[in-house]
Design a protein around this ligand. Sequence first.
Ligand code: NI
Length: 176
Amino acid sequence: METKLLIYPIVKLGNPVLETEAADVTEFDTPELHKLIEDMFESMYAAKGVGLAAPQIGISRKIAVIDISVGENPDDKLVIINPKIIHKEGKQSGEEGCLSIPGFREQVSRAKRTIVQAQDVNGELFEKTSEDLLARAFQHEIDHLHGKLYIKHISALKRDLIKRKVRKLAKAGEWA
Ligand code: NI
């Protein structure tokens, strides 16, 4: 069997898949799902990201991968399928970026601690408590699965400025 890893191109702001609610995953432990998750990690590492949601590779399904160590620590590799934030507390403010909006970063306010409930590749439910950067990554990636980009959390003024710059880049053929 061919098991070569695939590095997907990252879909950028402007593609409607990024602003569409993703579909729930209903079939687990399939070779196709295992392969997709491995490919998502590979694509995320290639892009030097700490998180990647399936819509960012054009696949509108509720799957995200996170690794805040960027490949340094295997224990930090997380897969969340059909995730839900079941508890949020506190507040943190920090800079956030997104592989789908390269070249831009903005201050985003998020909950400091979260408890996420999700399914793993076998469909088993689990809960994960997190804080700080990991809590931020969970909130950012779960937003993606609901068609929500981090720029939804900044002021309309800043958001419009980013969109204007992106339209300019697209016109110049520098946003593909
Ligand atoms: Ni993102």
